[in-house]
Ligand binder design. Structure first.
Ligand code: G1P
Length: 284
């Protein structure tokens, strides 16, 4: 299976940090966000990845490209661990790029992948969100796609006051944590939301989605919404996957994620706890 990572948005929620650098390159603890996303795809068995980029996104290509000068410098300095790390990034997967010429929405960004994908089912991983769980989120969706032979998307319950930020679904639970979706609404007003189950940025889609996107008129924000195209599919399932999604496009969530990931690192954990204790006391 191939994967598509849309990474063409302006990152307006995170200005000025994203004025000249893509939000997908913002580091979360010690790695750029998009590296976690690619590692999730690879851990799900995918090694052919298409990133949909836009203007100002060249640093994404540089990050996954070979850096002869850097490698040479690390080698001469005998910094073998660092050299290994840098080489691993380049060897992660086969990565191709296509540019979305105009920012016409997530649906349009996915449509840019049509030629590369061909007639097979494919995964979509939004480049500004990271997931963590016992099994990679995309792998959980691939399993549901294989079981039901239909598109599958990740879901998470969100508080009612946050439904306006997401695509929200209405569905019938067919087995534990798996919903047959009846309706999808992009960014509904909270009193019009059909539930509090939100689309969380991971999808496994059947290739007929391209025709459906083609038939989709601009929706919320005047953009071609992927959610509106998903509504046109004959059959689609939602999975409240085991794990958690981190939204990096939002500054507070980004900061919390960095702290959480630093706590997973034994080299940083104790110092960080000590530092946070001091800050809490200072601010009490
Ligand atoms: C996109 C999707 C939305 C989904 C969200 C998850 O919105 O359109 O359905 O819930 O990602 O992060 P965006 O955040 O790009 O506005």
């Amino acid at each position: 299976m191939k994967a598509v990572i849309p990474a063409a948005g302006f990152g307006t929620r995170f200005l000025p940090a994203t004025k000249a650098q893509p939000k997908e390159m913002l580091p979360v603890y010690d790695k750029p966000t998009i590296q976690y996303v690619i590692e999730e795809a690879v851990a799900s068995g995918i090694d052919d990845i298409l990133i949909v980029t836009g203007r100002n996104k060249r640093s994404i290509e540089d990050h996954f490209d070979k850096s002869f000068e850097l490698e040479q410098t690390l080698q001469s300095a005998g910094k073998d661990d660092r050299l290994k790390q840098v080489r691993e990034i380049t060897d992660l997967a086969d990565i191709c790029y296509v540019r979305q010429k105009e920012q016409k929405g997530l649906g349009d960004a996915i449509y840019c992948a049509k030629k590369h994908i061909g007639g097979e089912a494919f995964a979509v991983l939004l480049g500004d969100s990271i997931t963590k769980g016992p099994t990679p989120c995309t792998k959980q969706l691939i399993d549901v796609y294989e079981k039901y032979g239909a598109s599958a998307i990740s879901l998470e319950e969100v508080p009612k006051e946050k439904v306006e930020r997401y695509g929200i679904i209405k569905g019938r639970e067919v087995e534990k944590d798996i919903y047959k979706i009846e309706k999808l609404v992009e960014k509904p007003l909270s009193h019009q939301a059909p539930s509090n189950l939100a689309i969380m940025g991971r999808y496994v889609l059947t290739p007929d989605i391209f025709d459906k996107i083609d038939e989709t008129e601009p929706g919320v924000g005047g953009e071609i919404q992927l959610t509106d195209a998903l509504q046109k599919l004959d059959s689609i399932y939602g999975v409240t996957f085991e794990g958690k999604t981190y939204d990096i496009g939002n500054r507070l969530e980004w900061l919390k994620t960095s702290i959480e990931f630093a706590m997973d690192d034994d080299d940083s954990k104790d110092d960080l706890i000590e530092y946070m204790r001091e800050i809490i006391i200072e601010n009490e």
